[in-house]
Design a protein around this ligand. Sequence first.
Ligand code: IMP
Ligand code: MG
Length: 173
Amino acid sequence: MVIGKPLFTVEQIQNRVRELADRISEDYEGKNLLAVGILKGAFMFYSDLVRAIRIPLTVDFIIASSYMKTETTGEVKVYYDIREDITDKDVLLIEDIVDSGITLNHIRERILARRPRSLKICAFLDKKERRVVDVPVDYTGFEIPNVFVVGYGLDYDNRFRNLPYISIFKKTA
Ligand code: IMP
Ligand code: MG
């Protein structure tokens, strides 16, 4: 397997994260922001983003993973969920990457059932052309084509998450 040169460098990522954090800080001024990271993939983006947000917020996480049976049917298992009451919270879901949209859609509906004051989604990467389920993404770091990427929290077989940049992953025989 081969890790190529960065698709997004550390500097490009930092700049984009700062821009997103500025927008979120403005949009959530005076609100009751609860930043919810979806683990494991979002851990690096999440920690950079919340550090750059300049308004008060609280933190929580969801641990979930999806099992693809076919290209279009996925099952999502949730291992840890938000513990507190969210009816007075403006929830911002923070995800590493949206591909088919199945994972995020499942988590979104699960949270909506608990009647948060508001719910928005922030995804670091978006593979729009791969979408199977329509899920609204309010803040996007970068749109990318249909390539498999690793680094900055994203994995191949649980590896490469610690790379500080995003790289295209190519599997060789
Ligand atoms: P979805 O349910 O198809 O949208 O899948 C989203 C999940 O698939 C992400 O949270 C990642 O865990 C994983 N995923 C999708 N594309 C990639 C990729 O290019 N690299 C690493 N993980 C990916
Ligand atoms: Mg993930």
